[in-house]
Design a protein around this ligand. Structure first.
Ligand code: DC
Length: 242
């Protein structure tokens, strides 16, 4: 009989999932967390939280110009943490104690977050929060630089991608389902632009870690991906018991 990740082993495990935007990283990471009893940490949400804070504080203009000096000075007073709202099954991002989940998913934050996430002091701020989760382990994190910068010694690294057109269609459908106005060409342009920004920024650009397992899910369902990762985890962690 094969025994998968025991409680003892699970305690320290860090699974890092990096990749392009709209590849379904968070859905995948959440399912892995639920399947193996790990904690899911949405690292992009923290960058979105900082962006919302910058917008609300007037540190970022409509055109996307940032007053870095003021933002960096205020960062130590910003408290971003994950928590659980009453009646909710998942974890929500809280800013100074207030849930900001829906605000950070809006278009305004989405259009500015790449610029904010490129700033070194912002990355240091987020990395410090993430490293706290690493102390106890037992986590699945999704982001852009988890396996390369934040946890280069992660136990399992997965790099996710999919055809830009497939990703644009997925995001377009999500937007329509939420009742938002959407134009497929604009969404595709945004996907390509975000890839470029993520891959070409100076600080912690999106890269596939050498030891990351590659997953192109263009033609895969969510269930296909779970089967794929279960096999991978089985191979890596299961041991034979008589
Ligand atoms: O995964 P997401 O779309 O919620 O990420 C939001 C932004 O944050 C995106 O521009 C990439 C950036 N990000 C990052 O730079 N590093 C991470 N570890 C996670 C997200």
């Amino acid at each position: 009989m094969f025994v998968l990740i025991t409680d003892m082993e699970k305690r320290g495990i860090i699974i890092a999932i990096d990749g392009h935007s709209s590849t379904g990283k968070s859905t995948f990471a959440k399912r892995i967390a639920a399947r193996y009893g790990l904690v899911y940490v949405d690292t992009g949400a923290l960058y979105r939280g900082v962006t919302l804070f910058a917008i609300r504080s007037g540190f970022i203009s409509e055109a996307g110009e940032i007053n870095g000096e003021r933002l960096f000075k205020e960062l130590p007073n910003l408290r971003l943490r994950f928590g659980q709202a009453t009646g909710s099954s998942g974890s929500e991002l809280l800013m100074n104690g207030r849930i900001i989940e829906s605000e950070i998913r809006g278009l305004e934050v989405a259009s500015k977050v790449s610029i904010v996430a490129a700033l070194k002091p912002v990355r240091n701020y987020v990395d410090a929060i993430l490293k706290e989760y690493g102390v106890t382990g037992g986590v699945v994190m999704d982001g852009r630089d988890i396996g390369t910068v934040v946890f280069p010694d992660a136990d399992l690294k997965i790099f996710m991608t999919a055809d830009p057109k497939v990703r644009a269609m997925r995001r377009y459908r999500e937007m329509v389902a939420r009742g938002e106005e959407a134009n497929l060409d604009d969404v595709l342009k945004n996907v390509i632009e975000r890839d470029y920004l993520d891959e070409n920024r100076e600080n912690a650009p999106l890269r596939r870690a050498e030891d990351a397992v590659f997953l192109d899910n263009s033609d895969m369902t969510e269930d296909d991906q779970m089967l794929w990762v279960e096999k991978l985890i089985e191979k890596r962690w299961s041991r034979k018991e008589n």
